[in-house]
Design a protein around this ligand. Structure first.
Ligand code: AMP
Length: 483
């Protein structure tokens, strides 16, 4: 339906059209084609759109147009007219960059504020004109507390990635912020998913909203070549080093489940002569920003990230995404691999899967509605001497993570195990990522496992498309060398 819509037909101001042309965009994306007219008309909006759909321009362009069209009623320093809330610092920085990109021919001023950095430069910026403020909730409330920010002039509010904000425990902060805004305003809510919690939030916030829903990316792009390598956990880092060196990969985003796992893997890769950095919630903002910019400019070939740290990052069109461990939540697989194969460029998403992860693999394949090819790596010879792997704790009962307490009723959104950052109650950002997998044993013991095959048999077994038996790669202390 949106195929015939052009930017020219959207009636955006000339300075915006120039910026769009500079950015090289020729056609509005579906979310832009639908959202821009609704926002220009001044109504509230409820939009289902994920990162990568062009949603940022979908709200930024019409907001810039509206703010330009109607001058501020009562302009004062530190009194923004538009407030855009995002769940993460990185997303805030990216959104504000987009505001600058699209607003570069307009006299409007924007600023970004988030925690983890010195507050003083933000205070200084608030002493000048700020038309559009992009912020994470915590630091915004700090400024409100210090009376350096005046929210009484907000005409337009955007909640970007609202589902992520709820997942990360920001609901109370959001409610506090809403109470500080003028009643009369335009509200735009963007969310990748529509849980009951999002529905409750939008029911209370939005007034007769226009609805926009663009295709969910639960169907993975055909441009992404997906594959699974079946490999015991203890061999994964060796296999990854091998793959990177053997194929001479230059830009790889690797996902791990835990912060500790990310650190360990980055260290191991560096030890193997492959420059790598880990980004996660325990890293300082400057370390995260530095790693990200080096990764983007190509000087750092490997970035190891947890889901939370990678959330909302504008690092698309990557040639390679590796799932060092599969995510518990199948949708996260789609988010992760959506970072490759965008906009016509092809990419590869490689998952290293241990027998312990077969349930996750099955759930992912059920969600994306096809099986992911299991590919053997004949060129890989594991190191001769590997330390014995410690016995693993038994599997936790269904729906509960290893080492985690049982979930509180109603704490999640989709009747699934809690996500990274989704606990029984809101926690500090530093606590929001998963703990390592060696938690206390809970639940029923695992069934006895069959003897593992040597690696030649493993490769052979892996050639079969059918789901292998979970017992195939059970841990064992010594590994015979492959050929
Ligand atoms: P977003 O979903 O807002 O994070 O945008 C994802 C990517 O799409 C960004 O890198 C944008 O620069 C790009 N993009 C946004 N709108 C368009 C468009 N109309 N045509 C081509 N690329 C776009």
């Amino acid at each position: 339906m949106s195929n015939n819509i052009t930017f020219a037909s959207l009636n955006l101001a000339q300075p915006l059209m120039r910026a769009i042309a500079d950015a090289g965009y020729t056609t509005p994306t579906p979310v832009q084609a639908q959202a821009i007219p609704l926002v220009l008309a001044g109504g509230d909006l409820l939009a289902g759109a994920q990162t990568g759909t062009g949603k940022t321009a979908g709200f930024t362009l019409p907001i810039l147009h509206r703010l330009t069209e109607k001058p501020a009623a009562n302009p004062r320093p530190g009194r923004p007219r538009c407030l855009i809330l995002t769940p993460t610092r990185e997303l805030a920085a990216q959104v504000e960059e987009s505001v600058q990109t699209y607003g570069k021919y307009l006299p409007l001023k924007s600023m970004v504020m988030f925690g983890g950095v010195n507050i003083n430069p933000q205070m200084k910026s608030l002493r000048g004109q700020v038309d559009i403020l992009v912020a994470t909730p915590g630091r915004l409330l700090d400024h409100v507390g210090q009376k350096t920010l005046d929210l009484s002039g907000v005409e337009i509010l955007v909640l970007d990635e609202a589902d992520r904000m709820l997942d990360m425990g920001f609901i109370r902060d959001i409610k506090k912020i809403l109470a500080l805004l003028p009643k009369q305003r335009q509200n735009l809510l963007f969310s990748a998913t529509f849980s009951d919690e999002i529905k409750t939030l939008s029911d209370g916030l939005l007034n007769n909203p226009g609805l926009v829903e663009v295709a969910r990316r639960n169907t993975t792009s055909e441009l992404v070549e997906q594959s699974v390598h079946l490999v015991p956990q203890r061999l994964k880092s060796h296999l990854l080093s091998h793959l990177i060196k053997h194929h001479n990969w230059k830009q790889v985003l690797v996902f791990t489940r835990t912060k500790h796992g990310a650190n360990r893997l980055a260290e191991k890769l560096n030890g193997d002569g492959i420059p790598a950095a880990a980004i996660h919630g325990n890293k300082s903002q400057s370390a995260r920003t530095k790693a990200l910019s080096q990764f983007k400019d190509g000087s750092l070939p490997v970035l190891v990230a947890t889901d939370i740290a990678a959330r909302g990052l504008d690092i698309d069109m990557l040639p390679h995404v590796v799932n060092f461990e599969l995510p518990n939540v199948p949708e996260d697989y789609v988010h992760r691999i959506g970072r490759t194969g965008r906009a016509g460029s092809s990419g590869a998403a490689i998952s290293l899967v241990d027998s312990e992860e077969f349930d996750h693999l099955k759930n992912i394949e059920r969600l994306i509605k096809h099986q992911i090819p299991k590919v053997a790596i004949d060129s890989f010879v594991p190191p001769a001497h590997l330390p014995a792997e410690a016995p693993r704790p038994p599997r936790p009962p269904h729906g509960q993570k290893r080492g985690s307490a049982p979930r509180a009723a109603g704490s999640g959104s989709r009747n699934q195990p809690p996500r990274e950052g989704q606990g029984q109650k809101p926690r500090s950002p530093q606590q929001r990522e998963l703990q390592p997998r060696n938690g206390q044993p809970t639940g029923k013991p695992r069934p006895p496992q069959k003897k593992a095959p040597d690696l030649q048999h493993l490769s052979e077994a892996a050639r079969h498309q059918a789901m292998p038996q979970p017992a195939l790669f059970s841990p064992r202390p010594a590994v015979r060398r492959g050929k």
